[in-house]
Design a protein around this ligand. Structure first.
Ligand code: THU
Length: 142
């Protein structure tokens, strides 16, 4: 489940950072990038999109997951890189809603993706199941 050896961490983090260049975050000035790696090597990226109605902001991870699922992806999610603003020392972790959004894709394909939480001083690696234990998912509705 969600193996580690085949993950090119440098490439995935670079993809997330590149995506964050397109961040629309004039209200928070907090640009986030996300990159989802699938078993066939495909990478889907996203960045946060804010709104004048502040509460409607879309997180980078959610945008990336929507892009992937909107292109037909339903399984094989291996890893996710999340990047914050360039000089943010503390590794960024996905917000609660994004954990749940990612969990849908993970459980559909029975993987436990590795989440790379990127900070300028440290990259924290943690499985999604650790970030979201006892997750509610599609299996509950069967
Ligand atoms: N944000 C993300 O894109 N992902 C996260 O996991 C945390 C927060 C965005 C939402 C908002 O646009 C900005 O970061 C500040 O909260």
């Amino acid at each position: 489940m969600g193996g580690g050896a085949e993950i090119d961490r440098t490439e995935l983090i670079a993809a997330a950072q590149a995506a964050s260049q397109h961040s629309y975050s004039p209200y928070s000035n907090y640009a986030v990038g996300a990159a989802l790696l699938f078993e066939d090597g495909a990478i889907f990226t996203g960045t946060n999109i804010e709104n004048a109605s502040y509460g409607l902001a879309l997180c980078a991870e959610t945008v990336a997951a929507a892009k992937a699922m909107g292109e037909g992806r339903r399984d094989g999610l291996l890893a996710v890189a999340v990047t914050g603003p360039e000089n943010n020392a503390t590794p960024i972790t996905p917000c609660g809603r994004c954990r749940q959004i990612l969990n849908e894709l993970a459980q559909l394909g029975s993987t436990d993706p590795l989440i790379l939480c990127v900070g300028s001083d440290e990259v924290r690696e943690v499985r999604l199941s650790v970030l979201l234990p006892s997750a509610f998912g599609p299996a509950h509705l069967e």
